[in-house]
Design a protein around this ligand. Structure first.
Ligand code: EPZ
Length: 433
């Protein structure tokens, strides 16, 4: 069942990790968090019930499920299966206390407008990695005929003509925003006429959402390219859909193998979703081989060499892998430069890695990393989801004990990370106060 009271915002527990143990074995990769969040919102488009499988058990997914319940939608969870029945949507206002905890909640604005012709969704706050504006979402919805007013931190949107139906439009995104692409693609599925989204995001999670909507009868073509065309239809029908594996979790475990000089196998994965990460691992001397169409094996070389990374929209190097990969580069021989181009404040893990003996300097949106022979365990604090993963990875390689605070970040995006690491031979324990 979904806990209607949600989870505590800050988790006071600590994760203690004793570094230096080699890992070995196989790790099962969970369903993609960023697909699940968009697809749960997308289920609002369906005027019948639908089933979503391979849903990861994460705090953020529970929060998105709570949001749908708050909108009056029926929702049942059975293990990794979500049964969602949005045949009736009771409310058009998303509660502030839920949206403020999960930025992705804002994705419901497109489906609510598409189904009801009205939506009130609190403006999602920024977070530690950036201001996270939603101007591209809003401008696209306005282009589709929505009247959008933002006041007192609330986005009021409604279709001003009597039809209550959005209209197809040609939209150009100034930036290939994942969320804006998803919001507008969902809104367009039930609009009158055809919508074109130019300079659209090409992330695999956008394609996953498009495939989910197409299985409900939406007419979408071009997902995965920079131009998506959606022909509106009157309604969408039931489907039973399985979410893709989480490429960021998979990338994180590839780095776990590399940083501990351990051979690990991962499945299920979609190797092509990890091309940029695999290319960079091979660049620094780590072999990654496909053991089967949906599994990978990481085989680290004796030593790691430096490389430069620039985060970019897909298919470029993913910003969500920037912090985990930085942990690896702190131990690579030579000087590496990481340039974060997607978010304006996503280098806050540098200070914590330096507390563990890394040698990193930040200049603007560049991190200059000088490889060191060894990291040492220390008490550290996680600042955001992927930064917490970076600290776990660094701790697995460090000499001695690391204690990590801020585990609520970790629990948002990695399903059973500790159990998976323990099963690979890591030495760690979570201490609850
Ligand atoms: C999605 O966030 C992911 N979240 C993020 O994953 C991921 O890092 C990001 O895409 C980039 O790949 C989910 O899918 C739930 P964006 P999103 O809109 O949609 C600017 C994780 O760790 N922008 O592509 O919010 C924005 O400020 C999370 O799993 C505008 O200026 O990302 C940023 O600089 C973190 N105006 C850039 O675009 C807008 O209207 C990319 O943001 C929207 C975005």
């Amino acid at each position: 069942m979904i806990d209607p009271n949600g989870s505590p915002e800050v988790d006071p527990s600590l994760l203690q990790i004793w570094g230096g143990s080699p890992l070995e074995g196989h790790v099962k990769i969970s369903g993609a968090k960023n697909s699940a969040l968009a697809i749960i919102a997308g289920a609002l488009l369906c005027s019948q019930d639908c089933c979503v499988r391979n849903v990861p058990s994460l705090v953020d997914v529970r929060r998105m499920s709570q949001l749908l319940l708050a909108l009056g939608v029926k929702l049942q969870q059975r293990g990794d299966i979500l049964e969602i029945d949005a045949s009736v949507i009771g409310h058009s206002q998303a509660p502030y206390e839920l949206v403020s905890q999960l930025r992705a909640s804002f994705f419901v604005i497109g489906p609510l407008l598409a189904r009801l012709g009205i939506a009130q969704v609190p403006l999602p706050g920024g977070c530690t990695i950036g201001a996270r504006p939603v101007d591209l979402h809003v401008r696209g919805l306005q282009a589709m005929g929505a009247d959008v007013q933002i006041e007192h931190g609330m986005v009021h949107a409604y279709v001003s003509d009597g039809s209550r139906k959005l209209k197809g439009a040609k939209i150009y995104l100034d930036y290939p925003s994942v969320g804006a692409t998803e919001t507008l693609m969902m809104a367009a599925t039930l609009a009158e006429g055809e919508t074109t989204i130019e300079n659209a995001a090409q992330e695999p999670e956008v394609v996953d959402l498009a495939n989910f909507c197409r299985e409900m009868g939406a007419k979408i073509r071009g997902a995965g390219t920079n131009t998506i065309v959606i022909a509106g239809v009157p309604s969408l029908h039931s489907t039973d859909y399985k979410i893709i594996p989480d490429r960021v979790e998979a990338g994180t475990f590839l780095v776990a193998g590399a940083i501990t000089h351990s051979e690990l196998s991962l499945s299920p994965v979609v190797p092509e979703h990890l091309m940029a990460v695999i290319a960079k691992l091979q660049d620094i001397g780590v072999q990654v081989i496909a053991e089967s169409p949906d599994s990978l094996r990481v085989m680290p070389g004796y030593s790691l060499t430096a490389t430069d990374i620039e985060t970019l929209p897909y298919p470029g190097f993913p910003t969500d892998m920037q912090a985990p990969f930085m942990a690896l580069l702190t131990l690579s021989k030579g000087d590496s430069v990481i340039t974060e181009t997607v978010f304006e404040n996503r280098l806050r893990h540098v200070a914590e890695l330096n507390r563990m003996g890394a040698d990193i300097r930040v200049k603007g949106n560049h991190a200059l990393i000088r490889g060191v022979p060894m990291l040492s365990g220390a008490p550290v604090v996680a600042t955001d989801l992927r930064a917490s993963a970076a600290l776990v990875l660094a701790a697995l390689a460090a000499d001695g004990k690391t204690t990590i605070q801020g585990l609520h970040h970790l629990d948002r995006g990695y399903e059973q990370l500790e159990m998976k690491l323990l099963s690979l031979g890591a030495k760690l324990q979570r201490l609850s106060p």
